[in-house]
Design a protein around this ligand. Structure first.
Ligand code: ATP
Ligand code: MG
Ligand code: MG
Ligand code: MG
Length: 466
């Protein structure tokens, strides 16, 4: 099945079960300052779950364009390293607003996978939240799923939240076993890291609204929110293991290979570029331009990462914007709003490429020199990271990405110190008058690798409030 056929099959199946088809909302959440980007299908239904908005249907189905490149769900660092993570992906979801609950949600998901799509039950593994006996009974007793492929997991994986606040609840997940040739243990085991057992579908039983102080208030009515990654399901149905080998990505990876003159399409830089063109194009199409703060800075960071991967492949001229055309050819039918903005998106990307090209080469030379001077040490010093950031426009995560490729780490504390010194210089300059405001962009620190996503999220929110 092609990606397009999978989208349609999902909508058709749930429409048959009385679900109202709803088009994807933009990747920029309407008026939710707690959220950087739409990270799940439920985002556009948040108020409905909370009982603050009433819709004239109690069941919905959607294919939602999502970004996970900042905030609570941040997969930027995973791209290029796992077979299953993207910064942009499409989430297939069915929703119940106080209508059906656990038994139907589980039944629908199982029937869709095993009967409609014909996936063998022996390849599917199931997890539930450790305290959720009700969901466990449905899987084991009603559907007869084998206890050999079933486990109970803790809150980290099986209690889902959109962000630090908002609707949340216990969940039950379905994994696909891609076979013993791929490393990784089943869910809930110590060696589960790896890509053998890939999570494909999360069924969330929405029961609470979490407030800023952590209190859980029951929702007016228990509801259901599910999310299945289209790309992961496509990999299963197309008999490939890596998401980047599905139909949709093949076109993009091939286009990137052609542009950069590569013949080996399994290069991870090509995958990163193919991933990043999707998130960048949709973020711009949905109304955000590269800038030095908030969402615009996340966008800038993703674009610069893509350009740097191009540079690694020998590309010194702007190329990234040329991927908009093949992207629109691939996804414009499903997302006419992207097709409508193609020219604008291309222009914005080209401008950003030209801007960064001026400093990229010199920045890389500076970094290479610093690395050469390490003489066996494995940590890049704070002054170098700061200079790359401040003078050459290298977001810190970009430097971190290069360091990781070389088996090096960054001196976080040293960088913080250099930032702090800069802040003090700026403050002094300000108080001595001039009417010149120097805005220090803290987001590079915010997104520093090594912080937990939750901390980063709290800081990003803090930044917006500033
Ligand atoms: P993982 O554990 O693999 O990171 P997750 O538990 O963070 O996934 P959920 O928040 O449960 O993911 O999202 C629901 C579904 O969306 C997942 O089961 C998966 O199919 C898909 N998904 C989540 N993150 C990504 C991503 N970065 N790229 C592609 N698909 C994703
Ligand atoms: Mg994740
Ligand atoms: Mg997971
Ligand atoms: Mg999950």
């Amino acid at each position: 099945m092609t990606s397009a056929e999978i989208r349609q099959a999902f909508i058709d199946y749930f429409a048959e079960q009385g679900h109202h088809p709803v088009h994807s909302s933009p990747v920029i959440p309407g008026n939710d300052p707690t959220l950087l980007f739409t990270n799940a299908g439920m985002v556009q239904f948040k108020e409905t779950f909370l009982g603050q908005e009433v819709r004239d249907y109690a069941r919905a189905v959607s294919v939602q364009r999502c970004i996970r490149a900042g905030g609570k769900h941040n997969d930027l660092e995973n791209v290029g390293y796992t077979a299953r993570h993207h910064t942009f992906f499409e989430m297939l979801g069915n929703f119940s607003f106080g209508d059906y609950f656990k038994p139907e949600a589980i039944q629908f998901a199982w029937t869709f996978l095993t009967e409609r799509l014909g996936l063998p039950a022996e390849k599917l593994w199931v997890t539930v939240f450790e305290e959720d006996d009700e969901a466990a009974d449905i899987w084991l007793k009603e559907l007869g799923v084998s206890s050999a492929r079933f486990s109970r997991c803790g809150a980290k994986d099986n209690f889902w939240s959109m962000g630090d606040t908002g609707p949340c609840g216990p969940c039950s997940e379905i994994f696909y076993d891609h076979g013993p040739s791929i490393p990784g243990g089943p869910p809930g085991t110590p060696d589960e890291d790896g890509d053998r057992y890939i999570e494909i579908w999360n069924l969330v039983f929405m029961q609470f609204d979490r407030s800023a102080d952590g209190t859980l208030t029951p929702l007016p009515k228990p509801s259901v929110d599910t999310g299945m990654g289209l790309e992961r399901l496509a990999a299963v149905l197309q008999g490939v293991h890596n998401n980047y080998d599905i139909d949709l990505f093949k076109t993009l990876v091939n286009a990137a290979a052609q542009l950069t003159g590569q013949s080996d399409t399994s290069l991870s830089s090509l995958r990163v570029i193919a991933d990043h063109i999707r998130s960048c194009a949709f973020i711009i199409a949905d109304g955000v331009l590269p800038s030095n703060e908030g969402r615009g800075y996340v966008l800038r960071r993703i674009i610069r990462r893509a350009i740097r991967h191009g540079y690694k492949l020998g590309q010194t001229q702007p190329f990234f914007h040329q991927l908009v055309a093949p992207l629109v050819a691939e996804m414009g039918e499903a997302y006419p709003e992207l097709a409508a903005k193609a020219a604008e998106v291309t222009r914005a990307l080209k401008l950003e490429e030209e801007r960064f090209a001026e400093t990229l080469e010199n920045g890389m030379a500076h970094l290479e020199q610093a690395i050469a001077g390490l003489a066996g040490a494995t940590q890049i010093d704070g002054e170098t990271i700061f200079k790359l950031y401040d003078t050459y426009g290298f977001p810190v995560d970009l430097t971190a990405d290069i360091a990781r490729e070389r088996g090096l780490t960054l001196d976080e504390a040293g960088f913080e110190q250099a930032m702090q010194a800069q802040r003090e210089r700026a403050r002094a300059a300000n108080s001595f008058g001039g009417n010149q405001t120097v805005r220090i962009d803290c987001q590079a620190v915010t997104e520093f690798v090594g912080y937990s996503n939750d901390q980063a999220h709290a800081k990003v929110v803090g930044l917006f409030v500033d």
